[in-house]
Design a protein around this ligand. Sequence first.
Ligand code: BGC
Ligand code: MG
Length: 545
Amino acid sequence: MPTLNSNSNSNPNSLWWRDGVIYQIYPRSLADSNGDGVGDLPGLIGKLDYLASLGVDALWLSPINKSPMRDFGYDVSDYEDIAPVFGSRADFDTLIAEAHRRGLKIVMDLVLNHTSDEHSWFRESRSSHSNPKADWYIWRDPAPGGNAPKPPNNWASVFGGSAWEWDETRGQFYHHMFLKEQPDLNWRNAEARAALMNTAKFWLERGVDGFRLDVVNAYFKDALFRDNPASFSLDPRAALPWFRQRHLHDYDQPDLHSVYRELRQLLDARPERGLIGEIFMTEDPRVFARYLGDDQLHLVYDPAFAAQPWLPRSFQRIVAEREAALGADAWPCYCLSNHDWPRHVTRHGGGPFAAARSKVAAAMLLTLRGTPLLYMGEEIAMPSPNLARHELIDPPSKRFWPFYNRDCARTPMQWDESLNAGFTTGKPWLPVGASHKKINVAAQTDDPNSVLNFYRALIQLRKASPALRRGSYRPLIERPVAAMTYLRETDSQTMLVALNFFGHDVTVPMPPGQWACRLSTHAAEHAPGETLTLAPFEASIFERR
Ligand code: BGC
Ligand code: MG
C-alpha cells in the first residue's frame, strides 16, 4: 500500500513525518537556562522529558543559527554555527542525542531563501562587481530615467515597500522579499546553490532528522525580472504594495522542482529523514500537489487553518480542498497556530470558553487525515497577551501595528504561576502573559480535565488507532453550521469524530452501527442511536463496534 512518499531507506509502516505528531518550538521562548531572559538549548534540553510526555514524535525548532536577530533568527549570518544566545554546537549535539534517546526527532528550520545582510557571503557580494560572490545575491541595475536611482521593477517586499534596496558601493539594487536586512540569495548561481545544499548536508551529518524549509517556494524569481501585474483587493492589507499585485514572477517559479529533487536525494541517502516545505502566500492546494511526491517534498507546511474563523464550515472547506487536490499520493499537514499569527485560542474568541473551544480545535487537528503540527503552548490553551505598542519588538509588528502582530505569538512559555512563569530568572525578552497565573503547565499537569491532559489523551488515541493515523476521511454533514462530524476509516477500523463548535446543544445524525465512545470532553456516557446530541463545546470520538 504505502509507496506514498516513502523511500527504500524508510520503514513504510511508521514514518514520523506522516504517522507522528510534530511540535513546533520557538526556542527563544521555551526555557531560559542562564538568566539572560532568552530561551536556549540547555533550557530546551531540560524540557525534553515534558515534551516526550506529550507523546509527540518530532520537534521542529524555529531557527537557531547564528543571526543578528533582525527577524529573530530568520536572518542567518552563519549557517554552520549556532547563535551564542542559544548555546553552542556542542549543546546542539547534546540536544540531538538526548532527543533521540527519548524517541524524539529533531527538525531544523533552514532559511535558504535569504541570509542576513551580516552574512560574510553578502558582505563579500556587495563589496564589488568582481568579487567571487558578486552573483550570489540578486543584484540589478536601476531602471532607466529619473534623478534618483529607480528600482528595476515593481516587486514588493512582504514587510512593506519595494523589494529593492539601493547599494551605494555597487551602484546597484539588491532584492529582499522580507526586511532589507534579509537579502535574497541567487539560486541560479551554481556556486551559491552548491553552498546552500552543503548547509543541508552539514546538519544531516550532525544527526538532524529533517528540515522545515522556510518560504521554500520563493527560492527562484523570474529570470527576466518582469513586473508583476496589478491586482485589485478589498483586503485591508492591500494598503501594502505586496497585496496589490498578482505574484506571477517573484515566487512559485518552475525552477523549484530541481532543488526539491536534489534536497530529497540528500535526505533519502539516510534513513527516515523528512522534508517539510513552507509554501508561502499560496492558498491553492493544487500548487502544493506539484511540490509533493516521491522525489520532492514530503509535506507542505500549510498554515491555512490559522486564517480561518471559528466556523466548522471554514475548516471543512479547507480540508475538502486539500483532500481533492492532494489525492492519495500526497499527505496534508495542518496547524492551528505558529510564531507568525496570534494564537488560535485568542483568535477564536478567548474569554471564558477559551479552554473548551481549544479542546474542540485540538480534537479536530489530531483526528484529521494529515500530519498535525502543534505550536508550543497550545497544549495548555495559552492565549496571546495584549501587548502594548511600546512592548513590540518585531519589525513588521511595529510597522503594521495594530493590524499585524507576531510578538503576541512569541511570548514565553507558561510553565508555572511564579513571577516569570518559570521561564527565566532574568528579565524575559518579551513580556510574560498575565494569564500565566492561571494558565500554566504546572496547574494543568494534575488536573484530569485540563487541556494539557486532553491533548495527551488525543495523541495517545491517534497513536493507537490505525484509522485516525492513516484512514480515509469522509465528512458526514455537507454544510456544517454548528457541528462537524466525519469518519476516518481503514479496512479494519472505523472512527467517528463529532465536534460541537458552539455553546449550545447540537443534534447530529449518526451513521448506522454500534458506536463506543473512545474519548470525550464530556464525562457523560453516550449511547448514540440514529442521532447524537452534543453538549456545548463537546468533542467526542467513537469507534464502530
Ligand atoms: C517565517 C517568518 C519569517 C519569514 C522570513 C516565514 O515564513 O515563518 O517568521 O519572518 O519566513 O524568513
Ligand atoms: Mg538564555
